[in-house]
Ligand binder design. Sequence first.
Ligand code: NAP
Length: 482
Amino acid sequence: MESHKLLIGGAWVDAVNGEREDVTSPFNGDIVGDVAVARPADAERAITAALSGFDVWRRTPAHVRFAILTKAAALADERAEEMAQIMSRENGKSLVEARGEAGRSGDIIRLSAFEGSQLYGDSLPLDANKGTGLEKLGFTIHQPVGVVVAISPFNYPALLVMHKVAPALAAGNAVVLKPARATPLTALALAKCFVDAGLPDGVLNVVTGGGSDLGDALVRDTRVRKISFTGSTRVGEHIASIAGIKKLSLELGASGPVIVLDDADIDAATTSIALGGYINAGQVCISAQRIIVHEKIVDDFLSALTPKVQAIRVGDPLAEGTAVGSMISRAEADRVTASIRAAVTSGARLVTGGEQDGSIIQPAIVADVDPFSPFAQDELFGPAVAVSAARNLEHAIDLANSTAYGLGAGVFTNNMSNSIRAIREIESGVVHINWTQLWRADLMPYGGFKASGIGKEGPRSAIAEMTEIKTVILHGTPWTHS
Ligand code: NAP
């Protein structure tokens, strides 16, 4: 078991008040490590250190930033297995899922490093503006915003940290990272890759501790120029209400719809849903939660889906052959069990699964769900799908759009016109045709509409949101051509 400190100003330091806490496995309660508990005074120190780091980093040429980041990427590749082990232990996700996630860190850093070297501006055709002659030249340059505060959730402890930290650093910003309290160890292991790659002191700072305690100090500080937050809509709303004038990216919750039309390939749809509804024990913002099936094929759909869901191997995250591990805590598993029970009490039908053992829940299918009930409308964030029937495409799209959210959606159909209509009409940041929303290429723009958030991640989009555009005008004197 390792003990970890805060990373502030390039040094690993204790919290001001010396507090520490254990990080435990949600599967069996084993102690996985222990970390310093930062408080607002530590947040203040980290922001001050980040300002010093920014002073150096913003004057560091892009090719030097690129070299340091690609070295960090190589270290992340080398240490991927070690990070997968840490992640599986502290988060409860299966080792196979943790390996998949850890293996993406190096690539996200490389994609970001590349994008950070491509900060092209525009030249402005000023003479097209009436009254302006050829004596002026105008262009734009992109500059880093300054100190970026990155706040990340527990469900993807490497991926969602990397989607903030890597583009921020690549663009020349300094970062204060506050990882989820449940999963700080993966974030600290990733931070070490940047330190070992030679990132200057203060450019990346990590404070571990409670969000409700540290959050306000980090978010309100006027020296911070950008908040990049991924987490619940509830906390996102709070952050938006106190952030003041600074850039804000909010990647929030969802209740993701999947439409299965009567012309769909049911086998392909159910194979995809048996992954998309249950990966990471359903604790994914782009989980396939609401399955909206054409009324003509509901029975065939359920017959095809049920054996596939029953075949998912759930259990000890570190055991060979486990596909899906535990939820993040016993309390979260209790919450999901209560939601399933409430849905059944109000008339839905439990087709399979739902049995709880500690923090583990057997993958569940709940059919005949009222699409306007809390089980469909609220984010479940657990291993169950809610199946409801729709009369036709228009009705299905109306139901898909009926929640407060709009992050990702999937549509299964073999008809191109249906696909095009769904693509245009569904209110969500990403639409997949013939796959569920649980699919992400790290380079693609990724972010939600409505209560699912503000802004886009993906290295190119994130860098655009982590830089300022400066417009430059050179005023010459008018001349005549002789
Ligand atoms: P959460 O409770 O909102 O926490 C997210 C982060 O915010 C954690 O680091 C948390 O710290 C911190 N936090 C808590 N209170 C805060 C405050 N008052 N000010 C500032 N920060 C605060 O979310 P979660 O349970 O970790 O993650 C699940 C949620 O994230 C789901 O709603 C899911 O849909 C969403 N999510 C969205 C995306 C996306 O891309 N749209 C991706 C993944 C997850 P503590 O851990 O210390 O409480």
